[in-house]
Ligand binder design. Structure first.
Ligand code: ADP
Length: 167
């Protein structure tokens, strides 16, 4: 978002405000929704409010939210790409260890924006300033899930919420 604003400011300074009207629609970053799960290690550390405040502080608004006790069957669907991995049992133990908070948040370019905010999977190498870098422990206990791409976001939001729960 910052880069886009910079480009607009530069265009206005260089060419005047008419240049802004000429910026093609394709450069605009559309409002988008993404799914977030505040994981058990974050719930145990009472980080839910802080994580939500970070998301809101970056212009993302919750449009759906609930507490969920995950189970293996749900995790086999949500993490279908990991079911065959040797660590899948650890994921199930970890993700079912406490209820989690599941949210859909909305904002400009939300999928990429939230992924950037959370940092890479492995918290031990995630940069400080990212949510995983600041609060996570390792590649398993990494405090937060966020959808990887727009297709995953749509599917995950529909998986966790029915339409009457999304505002
Ligand atoms: P991400 O959550 O960054 O999208 P993945 O979809 O690859 O990453 O993994 C889903 C979750 O499974 C991770 O967030 C983490 O909790 C767990 N996980 C991933 N890789 C490992 C691993 N090698 N060992 C233990 N847990 C893992």
């Amino acid at each position: 978002m910052k880069h886009y604003r910079c480009i607009l400011a530069l265009a206005a300074l260089t060419f005047g405000s008419k240049a802004i009207a000429a910026v093609p629609q394709t450069m605009e970053r559309a409002s988008q929704r993404t799914l977030v799960i505040i994981k058990p290690d974050a719930m145990e550390q009472r980080l839910a409010g802080l994580i939500l405040a970070r998301l809101e502080g970056e212009g993302l608004s919750p449009v759906a939210a609930k507490m969920v006790q995950l189970d293996e069957s749900t995790l086999r669907k949500h993490y279908a790409h990991l079911v065959g991995k040797p660590f899948f049992g650890d994921i199930v133990s970890y993700m079912t260890s406490t209820p989690v908070m599941v949210l859909a948040v909305e904002g400009d370019d939300a999928v990429a924006h939230v992924r950037e905010m959370i940092g890479p999977t492995d918290s031990s190498i995630a940069p400080k300033g990212t949510i995983r870098g600041d609060f996570g422990s390792d590649k398993s206990r990494n405090v937060i899930h966020a959808s990887e791409d727009a297709a995953a976001a749509d599917a995950e939001i529909a998986f966790f919420f029915n339409s009457s729960e999304i505002f």
